[in-house]
Ligand binder design. Structure first.
Ligand SMILES: Cc1cc2nc3c(=O)[nH]c(=O)nc-3n(C[C@H](O)[C@H](O)[C@H](O)COP(=O)(O)OP(=O)(O)OC[C@H]3O[C@@H](n4cnc5c(N)ncnc54)[C@H](O)[C@@H]3O)c2cc1C
Length: 386
């Protein structure tokens, strides 16, 4: 059965697809979101309860305007729905001697005039008793950092989009799609849908759904751990920041204790390449060796027992920058993919950019995120983080 009621179809109703539906709905555009699983699930890239948001972007100052726009939109979402989405507990970026994360984040803050404090280890340890930062480490404190609550964020964006006319169909995998000169069509099971335009936001399945485009994306299996705390008090959000620690152990990041008991901690570095359909979603004993090693050095209250653990998927590009662009095969298609383990914080701004790309032919892709950087054969290599 062919259905043509929609202005735009969105293939993939996870983080970026939900954000695109919300952005379109704010412009009076009715979208159909097709999601292969339930809306908000544990099989893609958005599981694990929380995501770090930080403005002083170590990866590149070019991301700062995008994250500031996203932050404003997260606040609007909170204001419109009355639901808490963002916990602004501040952030501490730490680096062992010879590792550059904290200094790169400070450089980004300097370019954009963002507030920060550059602290000695002694000052950091005095302010946050949950840390034992080694004497010779760098420490950048950003008061505007914090964490986002993923389920409320996705749920509230979907609620507002639906209220304004979006339709979200769960358990509706896109199995085929095509672009004609005057419309696009999308096949899901027995149903075929048509509309003027298509946005593809299929996360770990994006390269597959975009087929011949040949997106250079590798899927990696990542584990998240909630480690038991000897005493949770120093690790509550009003006295402990989100943190990222760059050292020989890896790029380990963590959150204050919130909701699920324990300290949520993970390693941004590493992770084996996997197929999203066959990946082992169980965490294995001993897989948290790296986070425990770092905790022994940095976090005196963290103990070995695991309260909860989750497997989640990174969709990595070679340069760890996202790919948000039009499909060169048809101006009716735009896509957002390869969010490389640090995309969630940007979601509402990426949703807006996808809406711009699909609605306005004059909108150019953000150069750093464009597909053409690969076609040009220039692959800058720099690190990305959560
Ligand atoms: C462990 C971990 C920690 C992270 N930490 C942070 C952090 O602290 N801060 C931060 O900003 N970011 C972080 N990220 C990154 C962030 O979560 C991701 O960049 C973001 O969720 C990616 O969104 P997405 O829409 O591309 O993928 P998803 O949210 O997975 O959405 C893709 C959706 O497409 C659906 N789909 C796929 N194929 C089809 C099809 N054929 N038909 C229909 N539906 C389909 C999938 O089921 C899925 O729901 C982290 C990621 C992980 C895994």
């Amino acid at each position: 059965m062919t259905n043509r009621k929609f202005d735009v179809i969105i293939a993939g109703g996870g983080t970026m697809g939900t954000a695109a539906a919300w952005a379109l709905s704010r412009r009076g555009i009715k979208s159909l979101v097709l999601e292969q699983f339930g809306h908000v699930h544990g099989f893609g890239s958005h599981s694990g309860e929380t995501r770090i948001i930080r403005h002083a972007y170590a990866e590149s100052p070019e991301y700062v305007p995008l994250v500031l726009r996203a932050d404003r939109l997260w606040q609007e979402l909170e204001a419109e729905t009355g639901q808490q989405i963002l916990v602004r507990c501040g952030g501490l970026e730490l680096a062992a001697p010879g590792f550059d994360h904290a200094r790169s984040a400070r450089a980004s803050a300097d370019v954009h005039g963002l507030p920060y404090e550059w602290l000695t280890a002694k000052e950091a340890n005095a302010r946050w008793p949950g840390f034992r930062v080694p004497d010779d480490w760098d420490a950048l404190h950003s008061p505007d950092s914090g964490f986002l609550l993923t389920e409320p964020a996705l749920h509230e964006m979907a609620t507002l989009a639906s209220r304004a006319g979006a339709t979200i169909l769960e358990h509706s995998p896109v199995t085929a799609w095509g672009a004609e000169t005057d419309h696009v069509w999308v096949q899901s099971g027995e149903n075929q849908y048509e509309s003027a335009a298509l946005i593809i936001t299929a996360g770990a399945w994006s390269a597959r759904l975009l087929g011949d485009l040949g997106l250079p994306i590798e899927i990696r299996r990542k584990t998240l751990w909630w480690q038991q705390l000897s005493d949770p008090t120093p690790y509550l959000p009003d006295r402990f920041p989100v943190f990222i620690s760059d050292s020989a152990v890896g790029e380990i990041y963590g959150f204050p204790t919130f909701g699920t008991p324990g300290l949520k901690i993970a390693n941004h570095a590493g992770g084996e390449p996997v197929d999203p359909d066959t990946v082992d979603r169980r965490t294995l004993p001993g897989e948290n060796g790296d986070v425990l090693q770092l905790a022994r050095q940095l976090l005196p209250g963290v103990t070995a027992p695991v309260v909860q653990s989750v497997v989640c998927l990174y969709a990595m590009t070679p340069d760890t920058d996202f790919i948000v662009d039009r499909d060169p095969r048809s101006p009716r298609i735009a896509f957002g993919a390869g969010f490389s383990g640090h995309g969630f914080k940007f979601a509402p701004a990426i949703g807006e950019h996808l809406a711009d790309l699909i609605l306005d032919t004059k909108t150019a892709p953000i150069p750093r995120l464009s597909l053409s950087r690969f076609a040009l054969g220039m692959l800058p290599v720099h690190a990305g983080r959560g």
